[in-house]
Design a protein around this ligand. Structure first.
Ligand code: HPA
Length: 278
C-alpha cells in the first residue's frame, strides 16, 4: 500500500472516530444536497450541526453555491444525516477526497445514500424544472475513487455496478411522486463530466449519443464509494436547463441555481415521503 493510500485510510478512520465520539446515534440515510437545494436542511429536526471545518479531514467547499455543514437529525422518525454542500472534482479535489464524507458516514453505519444534484438535460423529453430519477450513470471523470490499494474491510476490490441505483428505491420514488401529485418526473442516465467548463455543442451531442439523459459535474464518485460500502443509492437530478446541440444557448450558473430552487419544494416533499416509507 502506498503512503497516500495509507494516509487516506488513516484520515477516514480519524474522521469516523471523531463522528462516533461526537454523535450518539447512527443515521440510516445520508442525504447529499446539490446546487440550489440546501434549504432542505431546514426541514430537519437537527440534533447536531457540525461545520465541515470542524470535522477532521473533511474538505471545505470552495464554491459559494454550496454551504458546508453536516446536519444529523430526524425527518419524521427517520434518522438522517444531511451533507449540506459537496465537493467537486473541478475544485481540485481528487475523487477520493470528494467522496470522503460518504465513505466516513457509510463506515458509521448508514444504509442508504440519497444524492441530489442540478443537471443539464440532454433528452429533449425532459422539461426544465423536472426531476430525473437516476437509473444509471456514465463516469467521464477519468478517475475512480477506488483506484489504489483496496481496503478489504470497506468493500470488495471489484465492486459490481450492475445496479448502481437501487431498483426498489426507484420504484418507491415513483410511487411517492404519484402520492405527492408530482408529475414532472422521469428517469434517465446521468453523465458526470469533470467541469468546470460547461459542455460545447459537440460534447452535448456526443453525450446524448452515448446514452446520457442529463449531465452534471458531481455525484458519481460518492455513488461509487457508497456502492463499494454496501449502501443502497437513490439519485435525484433536478433538470435546471435542457441543452439542444442544434440550438445551443449559453448556460448560466444563476439560472441553474434559480431553477433548482424552484423545484426544491417538490423535491423536499418527495424525499420526505420516500423516507417515511422506508
Ligand atoms: N451542464 C453541466 N452541469 C450542469 C448543467 C449543464 O448544463 N446544468 C446544471 N449542472
Amino acid at each position: 500500500m502506498s503512503m497516500t493510500d495509507k494516509d487516506y485510510q488513516r484520515q477516514v478512520e480519524e474522521c469516523v472516530s471523531f463522528l462516533k465520539r461526537k454523535l450518539d446515534y447512527t443515521p440510516r440515510t445520508i442525504i447529499q444536497l446539490g446546487t440550489g437545494l440546501s434549504e432542505f436542511a431546514h426541514d430537519i429536526e437537527a440534533d447536531y450541526v457540525l461545520p465541515y471545518s470542524e470535522i477532521p479531514h473533511f474538505p471545505t467547499p470552495t464554491v459559494t453555491s454550496h454551504q458546508g455543514n453536516l446536519i444529523l437529525g430526524r425527518l419524521g422518525d427517520h434518522k438522517v444525516v444531511v451533507l449540506q454542500g459537496r465537493f467537486h472534482y473541478y475544485e481540485g479535489y481528487s475523487t477520493k477526497e470528494v467522496a470522503l464524507p460518504v465513505r466516513a458516514l457509510s463506515l458509521l453505519g448508514a444504509e442508504h445514500l440519497f444524492i441530489t444534484n442540478a443537471a443539464g438535460g440532454l433528452n429533449p423529453d425532459l422539461q426544465p424544472g423536472s426531476i430525473m430519477v437516476i437509473r444509471d450513470h456514465l463516469n467521464f471523470l477519468g478517475e475512480n475513487p477506488l483506484r489504489g490499494a483496496n481496503v478489504d474491510s470497506w468493500g470488495p476490490r471489484f465492486p459490481d455496478l450492475s445496479e448502481p441505483y437501487n431498483q426498489d428505491l426507484i420504484k418507491t420514488a415513483f410511487a411517492c411522486a404519484t402520492a405527492c401529485k408530482i408529475d414532472n418526473i422521469g428517469t434517465g442516465v446521468y453523465a458526470c463530466i469533470p467541469g468546470p467548463s460547461l459542455e460545447t455543442p459537440a460534447e452535448t451531442r456526443f453525450l446524448r449519443q452515448a446514452g446520457a439523459d442529463a449531465v452534471g459535474m458531481s455525484s458519481v464518485p460518492e455513488v461509487i464509494v457508497a456502492i463499494h460500502g454496501g449502501l443502497k443509492v437513490l439519485g435525484l437530478s433536478v433538470v435546471s436547463n435542457v441543452n439542444d446541440p442544434d440550438n445551443f444557448v449559453p448556460i448560466v450558473l444563476e439560472d441553474i441555481i434559480d431553477a433548482a430552487a424552484r423545484v426544491e419544494p417538490q423535491l423536499k416533499k418527495l424525499v420526505t415521503k420516500i423516507l417515511s416509507s422506508l
